[in-house]
Write a protein that binds this ligand. Structure first.
Ligand SMILES: [Fe+2]
Ligand SMILES: [Fe+2]
Length: 325
């Protein structure tokens, strides 16, 4: 049975074999307890991404080893269920015919228009008073070398904002949430300046950490160093080139970038040590979590059940009637 989009696959397809053209995003070769090799793969199209297994890896080793990442393939797969989530077992896999499909159709895009995203960034940039802080953003974001990358990159490989313009959409969401908290709690202008800057830059290094779409993998620098270090390092280098850059601004902004994951066990080397940094951290979590819930619910729109499957990063299922009029 041919499916046009992965999101059409529902529990009604359980134990049936479907055929679909998908983008092969990741292949991880693993070994079973009985020493048999298999592949854990992630596939996606414009509608959703899914996990799949390919058990006969040894027979297809040549096929897999000649693949570069992110190729469009046609698969035949058995629909099954694992821990409440649909999972595919791939039976047949082959490269799609050249020119039969367009890569753009396999990559989700932000639903916000580019114009709206640009206006949003500009709005918050204009709220900053310190000329040094504006200069920092001029060099790191609003410059020929960085602007286009910043505007098109995804913000994550999976889970949230993993689409074209994902990074800037996520950044803008965090700016809106953070700014609302800052004005509600009547932070000073200086604190607001620093909050806007650390927020705009907190995931800036994702343009270095992730390959550009349609490739979804990490770069070597990203794997070795991660966006938290890369972001703080890049920011410090730029700060050191700017005349009269205030030392406290430097410390607080760098701490905000380094601390934005909020906990040492989530990859931050230090905890947020200013109200600005804590607001950034909370706003960052909010943006990521809400986006992951909404996009997960959207992926499962088609089927009739009251609850979604379990969303692994949140540890629970969601009540689909929430969207009923
Ligand atoms: Fe981050
Ligand atoms: Fe973030």
């Amino acid at each position: 049975m041919l499916v046009k989009q992965l999101k059409e696959i529902t529990k009604e397809h359980l134990n049936q074999v479907i055929e679909a053209a998908v983008l092969l995003v990741e292949v991880k070769v693993k070994t079973t307890k009985t020493d048999k090799r298999y592949a854990d793969v992630i596939i996606q199209d414009g509608s959703k991404s899914m996990e799949a297994k390919f058990w006969d890896y040894d027979e297809k080793e040549d096929f897999f080893s000649q693949l570069s990442t992110s190729e469009i393939v046609v698969i035949q797969a058995l629909v099954g269920e694992y821990q409440g989530q649909l999972q595919l077992t791939i039976k047949e896999i082959k490269l799609a015919e050249k020119n039969a499909y367009q890569m753009g159709d396999f990559i989700p895009k932000s639903e916000w228009s580019l114009e709206k995203l640009e206006q949003g960034l500009k709005y918050f940039y204009d709220r900053i008073e310190s000329p040094q802080l504006k200069q920092l953003l001029d060099e790191m974001i609003f410059s020929e070398t960085h602007y286009e990358k910043f505007m098109t990159h995804p913000a994550a490989r999976r889970v949230h904002h993993n689409f074209y313009h994902g990074l800037v959409q996520h950044t803008l969401e965090v700016l809106k949430f953070a700014y609302t908290v800052a004005t509600t709690k009547q932070l000073t202008q200086r604190q607001i300046d620093r909050l806007i800057v650390m927020t705009m830059l907190h995931d800036w290094a994702k343009v270095i950490e992730y390959k550009a779409l349609p490739d979804l993998g990490f770069t070597e620098q990203g794997t070795m160093l991660g966006h938290i270090f890369l972001g703080a390092h890049g920011t410090l280098n730029h700060m050191n080139e700017i005349e009269d850059f205030n030392e406290d601004d430097k410390l607080i902004i760098l701490n905000g970038i380094l601390g934005h994951h909020g906990r040492l066990e989530f990859g931050s080397p230090v905890l947020p040590k200013s109200p600005e940094a804590q607001i950034l951290h909370q706003a960052d979590i909010m943006s990521g979590n809400i986006e992951s819930i909404l996009s997960f619910m959207k992926e499962q729109e088609g089927n009739e059940e009251s609850f979604t499957g379990k969303l692994w990063n949140m540890g629970t299922e969601y009540y689909k009637k929430s969207f009923e009029p």
